[in-house]
Write a protein that binds this ligand. Structure first.
Ligand SMILES: Nc1ncnc2c1ncn2[C@@H]1O[C@H](COP(=O)(O)OP(=O)(O)OP(=O)(O)O)[C@@H](O)[C@H]1O
Length: 201
């Protein structure tokens, strides 16, 4: 289980939130909502262990994540909404590089199957700079298939996706939850998923 206790987040001069608690258990997902600039990405970065809260604590399986960040990073996959794909590498190379950085091995067949699942058949070997915004997004999201992680932290995952890809991603998250996974998701759009928890910043 992921939980946060009395979190305070300060960016620059502003306190974005304080005293924030949340919990996400196996098979559950949390929708982080709120207007532009209210601190959704900042919260996700805290939950991903990429930044430290000004106060409060984040726990994974009841243990403070800062005590074993490496174990936490193995269990968690964070996909940000800033372009996290390398433009000069192909779609396939991007997936392989991400696996390498995770210290995992990924064979070509598995990577190609993930790209096909995301509708990128015929685009596997093109440098990502030649792909459309939605296709680049799909390359990033293919990591959900190739990297086995118990907790998905997804910042605006539906941005730039067409309706078919939105449904496909919704289905994928649904399968992940049904298998006991967890997800924390920000989105300005309605999310095509069953009952989830929500938090409004
Ligand atoms: N490094 C920084 N230094 C100072 N302020 C920052 C920094 N990064 C973000 N902020 C501010 O923190 C606030 C929250 O930013 P954040 O990206 O978390 O918002 P958000 O809710 O994700 O917004 P959006 O819906 O537009 O993506 C914004 O006012 C932003 O300007």
């Amino acid at each position: 289980m992921l939980s946060a206790h009395q979190l305070t987040c300060v960016r620059g001069e502003r306190t974005l939130f304080t005293g924030l608690d949340l919990a996400v258990g196996a098979g559950e997902w949390l929708h982080v909502r709120g207007g532009n600039g209210c601190g959704k990405t900042s919260l996700l970065r805290l939950l991903a262990g990429l930044a430290s809260p000004a106060a409060g604590e984040i726990r994974w399986c009841e243990q403070p994540v800062r005590e074993d960040l490496q174990a936490y990073h193995q269990a968690m996959l964070f996909l940000g909404h800033q372009g996290a794909v390398k433009e000069e590498l192909t779609a396939l190379e991007n997936l392989q590089l991400a696996a390498e950085l995770d210290g995992a091995t990924l064979d070509d067949d598995e990577a190609i199957a993930a790209l096909h699942r995301f509708g990128l058949k015929g685009r596997e070997h093109l440098p990502v700079r030649f792909l459309s915004a939605g296709q680049k997004r799909r390359v990033l999201l293919a990591r959900l298939v190739t990297r086995k992680a118990k907790l998905w932290i997804l910042d605006e995952p539906f941005t730039a996706l067409d309706t078919r890809a939105v449904d496909m991603l919704g289905g994928l998250v649904g399968e992940h939850l049904a298998a006991g996974g967890m997800a924390v998701v920000t989105s300005h759009q309605a999310i095509p998923l069953g009952n989830g928890k929500a938090i409004e910043l």
